[in-house]
Ligand binder design. Structure first.
Ligand code: FAD
Length: 106
């Protein structure tokens, strides 16, 4: 079975970074591909119980792929739902760019 923790860290890094660099005004093509990427996770993510839970969450909270800012917030909120389930600290979604795009202010 996959190492669920390492897989999770790697996947969140990919998803948050991809959202951080997603366009402010995405084309129809970019939006469609982002939706495909998100909807592929419940089908393909190799932690099957994680994938099943994520499927429920995206049904409750349909992805907002309309802008970089909204998509980054959407992923942050979904990640926080997993954090809460696992008893981990909540992440302040005002800090997603600092963490995944800009780095700490100097
Ligand atoms: P992670 O939670 O992997 O976070 C990595 C880094 O992201 C943190 O150090 C922090 O800097 C940053 N971060 C934290 N929260 C946020 C946020 N809300 N927004 C932006 N950045 C943030 N594991 C399970 O045991 N059960 C599950 O059901 C489960 N479901 C998952 C579903 C998905 C879609 C994914 C991608 C992962 C899932 N995982 C699940 C894995 C789990 O979320 C963690 O990745 C894993 O437990 C390792 O946690 P970690 O403490 O190293 O940090």
């Amino acid at each position: 079975p996959p190492d669920v923790e390492a897989l999770g860290r790697a996947t969140w890094s990919f998803l948050h970074a991809t959202a951080a660099y997603y366009p402010a005004r995405p084309t129809t093509h970019q939006r469609a591909n982002m939706l495909n990427l998100i909807h592929a996770l419940p089908v393909l993510y190799p932690c099957t119980h994680c994938a099943a839970d994520f499927d429920d969450k995206i049904k409750e909270h349909p992805p907002d792929v309309s802008s970089r800012e909204r998509l980054s917030k959407w992923f942050c909120e979904r990640h926080n739902e997993v954090n809460e389930k696992l008893g981990k600290e909540m992440f302040d979604c005002a800090k997603v760019d600092e963490r995944w795009k800009d780095g700490p202010p100097d």
